[in-house]
Design a protein around this ligand. Structure first.
Ligand SMILES: O=C(O)[C@H](O)[C@H](O)COP(=O)(O)O
Ligand SMILES: [Mg+2]
Length: 306
């Protein structure tokens, strides 16, 4: 880990030297490429510059609301050429973990989802049965019948072996209580990611970590295993798919406890922090716990090497 982050913005030679050090750039999305649907200045040009220099680009996002194909569409709609194979999201990471790593009893293979369509799509891609999620019948206030049927277990699906939590724009009391009772019955507690906030429109909003925080409180502090950044299960899955040399790879992100931690723990060749998302200034890493190797004001500053 670095004790001092090198500031690159405006330093043409250092930017060129930085880019030349790496063959692969792992790009975080929210807070780096855009804020919500607002693309940051210079993003398209910077990605074009890196590709023109033969760099491999991988989009590594913790945003679980979209599948890989959804992200490919968002990227291309925003003017960023991308293929589905270049996208690796936390929902996909979780689906791979559940289908290929987690060993569940044969009668406990169903996943109860607290989250959006992106999680469901990726579970489908791994043929994992799931309930909850975007089921419209759950978008309502809990009833006295619900209390009774959840308490007795008569409305609970006995095949649920996992509760998987992501960013849920339709979160409610009923859904949290269903998740809690599945967990109480022994379901494995998983999260796509731990991000407590979501950058959008230049400010911060509730993130996936805030969505499952009520369950952590109800469970007396038990936290889910998270399959997004900084999980090294995700790094290993990405490395397995793209076969890159870690010392020649750089993680570019806006969040210290996910993106930069992901790159440091993964012993990548470098970590570049941008100040357009969650992290706002070098003061944010003055405790020395998670210090990027380099930083810029915004991604587009790398155009200094053009
Ligand atoms: O709350 C969340 O899920 C995250 O803030 C968000 O989606 C992170 O996405 P990323 O910055 O990893 O693209
Ligand atoms: Mg981000």
């Amino acid at each position: 880990m670095h004790s001092q982050a090198k500031y690159l913005s405006g330093d043409k030679d250092s930017i060129k030297e930085f880019i030349d050090k790496f063959d692969v750039f792992l790009f975080d999305c929210d807070g780096v490429l855009w804020s919500g649907d607002n693309l940051f200045e210079g993003t398209v040009e910077t990605l074009e510059l890196l590709r023109s220099r033969g760099k491999q680009i991988v989009f590594v996002t913790n945003n679980s609301t979209k599948s890989r194909s959804d992200y490919k569409k968002k990227l291309t709609d925003m003017g960023i050429p991308a293929t589905v194979d270049e996208v690796f999201g936390s929902s996909y990471s979780a689906a791979i973990y559940i289908s290929r790593i987690l060993e569940l009893p044969a009668d406990k293979r169903t996943v109860y989802v607290l989250g959006e369509r992106g999680i469901e799509t990726e579970l489908d891609s791994e043929n994992i049965p799931h309930i909850g999620g975007t089921d419209p019948s759950l978008n309502r206030i809990i009833s006295s019948e619900d209390y009774a049927s959840i308490a007795s277990g008569s409305s609970l699906d006995p095949s649920v072996g996992v509760v998987l939590c992501g960013l849920d724009f339709h979160l409610n009391y009923l859904k949290l209580c269903l998740a809690y009772h599945y967990l109480q019955r022994g379901a494995v507690f998983l999260a796509t990611n731990i991000d407590t906030t979501l950058p959008s429109a230049g400010k911060l909003f509730a993130g996936a970590g805030a969505c499952h925080a009520p369950l952590v409180a109800m469970l007396g502090g038990t936290k889910p295993a998270s399959l997004g950044k900084p999980s090294q299960a995700m790094m290993e899955a990405i490395e397995g798919k793209f076969k890159f040399e870690r010392s020649k790879a750089c993680m570019i992100g806006d969040r210290l406890d996910t993106d930069i931690r992901f790159g440091i723990d993964g012993e990548l060749g470098g970590t570049l922090c941008v100040l357009t998302g969650v992290t706002k200034s070098p003061d944010d890493w003055k405790d020395g716990r998670t210090v990027p190797s380099e930083y810029v004001n915004k991604l587009g500053d790398l155009m200094g090497a053009a």
